[in-house]
Write a protein that binds this ligand. Structure first.
Ligand SMILES: [Mg+2]
Length: 363
């Protein structure tokens, strides 16, 4: 099955409520959608969001990378030779992980359709059902508590609380307020998005431990580049430390794993550059006895569905953070994963299982 065409479109979806972290505020989920057409008429669908503050990608750079760099390099190659296509993408283009992920997802969709298998089965088929947390954006404490309460009412039993955008004391107040409001049975994970120094992270986490806030894990407490700092934090606190922005590639993962710098890794297709590399990171982590979470950016249900297929396929992926599509004011994509409360059901159609996309803006 040879690749005969690759095209892109843009898809923009409004969020019901702005998404706020230590790094940014998002009101609109913007995406590049990619279609890979094969010579038998099969069309694979992929997509990627521009997450400037994390991956450095923009809508324009993703589109350019796909259409002007990747497209000419892989046209004519057979999707059965996925490894060859992946290595070609890496040869003609460094970085640009979101563009590579978008194409990689579309290729896996083609492969699933070619083999008549849903992607999660093609990748390993560990399970067909996932549970996700839901993120509480950084806001005033009262608003965060109200958001947390309403999420519990909707069936979520794990909340991810965004901190790191103000003082450490305010962050601790927010987390204690939420713990008090939701009770002991709810799991709370914290995402600092690089917002603390090593000293602040150690002090804040120790304080939360002393207050008995029972935090399941703390994600990316220190800047992405500071692997030694991450290790210092992980060594000094009891709470598990999860790397997110520090781990893009399998090579990043190897470095951090070899130095025992984190207790868990959050894999995202947009950082890794697609499913093939995400698999490598998960395998490396598993070898080191480190469990993985799979998360997403503020991205459409197309690429979130791909990430869900990947997460469902592997035993070592024990946590999921796939709330983005549940933040949308409306859903322009039909098919793919189905959300019910905190549960996610994988489709059994071949490939991703995406049916239709209502595109609101053509480029
Ligand atoms: Mg994170």
């Amino acid at each position: 099955m040879k690749i005969v065409d690759i095209t892109t479109e843009r898809l923009s979806v409004s969020l019901a409520k702005p998404f706020k972290t230590a790094l940014r505020t998002v009101t609109e989920a913007e995406n590049v959608v990619v279609y890979v057409t094969c010579d038998d008429g099969t069309v694979g669908i992929g997509g990627a969001p521009p997450t400037h503050v994390i991956t450095g990608d923009s809508l324009e750079s993703i589109d350019y990378a796909i259409m002007q760099v990747i497209r000419p390099a892989i046209l004519g190659l057979a999707i059965e030779q996925l490894e060859k296509i992946e290595s070609m993408m890496d040869r003609v283009l460094i970085h640009n992980t979101s563009a590579k992920a978008a194409v990689d997802i579309a290729l896996w969709d083609c492969l699933g359709k070619r083999t008549n298998m849903p992607l999660y089965q093609l990748l390993g088929g560990y399970t067909n059902k996932l549970e996700t947390d839901f993120t509480v954006s950084v806001n005033k404490t009262d608003e965060m508590i109200a958001d947390a309460r309403s999420l519990i009412g909707k069936g979520f039993d794990t909340l991810k609380i965004k901190v790191g955008s103000s003082t450490m004391e305010e962050d601790i107040d927010r987390v204690s307020g939420i713990r008090k409001a939701v009770g002991k049975s709810v799991k709370l994970r914290i995402d600092v998005n690089q917002g603390w120094s090593v000293k602040e992270a150690v002090a804040a986490i120790k304080r939360m431990e002393a207050l008995g806030l029972d935090i399941e894990l703390v994600e990316q407490p220190v800047p992405a580049w500071d692997l030694e700092g991450m290790k210092q934090v992980a060594d000094r606190v009891r709470t598990p430390i999860m790397a997110d922005e520090s781990v893009f590639s399998p090579r990043d993962a190897t470095r951090l794993l070899a130095m025992r710098g984190c207790d868990m890794i959050n894999i995202k297709l947009m950082k890794a550059g697609g499913i093939a590399k995400a698999e490598k990171i998960n395998t490396l982590a598993e070898v080191y006895g480190v469990e993985c979470m799979v998360g997403c950016m503020i991205e459409s249900k197309i690429s979130v569905t791909a990430a869900c297929h990947f997460a469902a396929s592997k035993k070592n992926i024990t946590r999921c953070d796939f709330d983005a599509p549940m933040m949308f004011a409306s859903e322009p994509v039909s098919g793919g994963v189905r959300f019910k409360g905190n549960q996610i059901f994988l489709p059994d159609d071949p490939g991703l299982g995406i049916q239709n996309i209502f595109i609101n803006e053509r480029n």
